[in-house]
Design a protein around this ligand. Structure first.
Ligand code: SF4
Length: 170
């Protein structure tokens, strides 16, 4: 059975969505409505286009130059079930996964018992960049994120130690 994902776009080779050369899936659908969002076209939950995760897995597998895959948005956790399946398959291929979210890590953990796929997507994520874009904390010097409240979290270390493990990329 093929699993479909609603995407705003795909960039097959990016150097601005995490370290190295990354395949980026921009998911469609976001409810955060951050003031100053540059990606308003990604907000409608029924916009964008449908693509099968098998198609994405095949396209990633065809590029030996990739360092990893980034799940961005929109809000990836709107489609956590399909994305967790995708992330699981990509990790089997040896790719690391960066996931962006407008939710905080704690919000995801606290709601993971009632939101389908949230815990699985977190568990297949290596690095989570969390929190909404806050225009008053906007900083153009930050690497791979827009505002100072957004954290770069080593998810596996955080799950293991039950304590947020931050990564310093600046
Ligand atoms: S989470 Fe991202 S896509 Fe959604 S409103 Fe905020 S900045 Fe825009």
């Amino acid at each position: 059975m093929s699993h479909m994902l609603r995407v705003a776009g795909i960039v097959e080779e990016s150097i601005v969505d995490g370290p190295g050369i990354r395949f980026v899936v921009f998911t469609q659908g976001c409810r955060h409505n951050c003031v100053g969002c540059h990606n308003r076209h990604t907000h409608p939950l029924n916009g964008g286009e449908l693509i099968s995760i098998e198609d994405i897995i095949r396209r990633v597998g065809e590029n030996p130059l990739l360092d990893g895959v980034t799940l961005s948005g929109g809000e990836p956790f709107e489609q956590a079930e399909a994305l967790s399946r995708l992330a699981m398959a990509l990790k089997k291929q040896g790719h690391n996964i960066i996931t962006y979210t407008g939710y905080t890590y704690q919000h995801i953990v606290d709601n993971s018992d009632k939101m389908a796929g949230w815990l699985a997507l977190l568990q297949y994520t290596d690095i989570l960049i969390d929190g909404p874009f806050e225009i008053e904390k906007k900083n153009l010097n930050l690497r791979f994120r827009g505002s100072e409240n957004q954290r770069i979290i080593d998810v596996q270390k955080t799950l293991l130690n039950k304590k947020i493990a931050l990564i310093d990329w600046d």
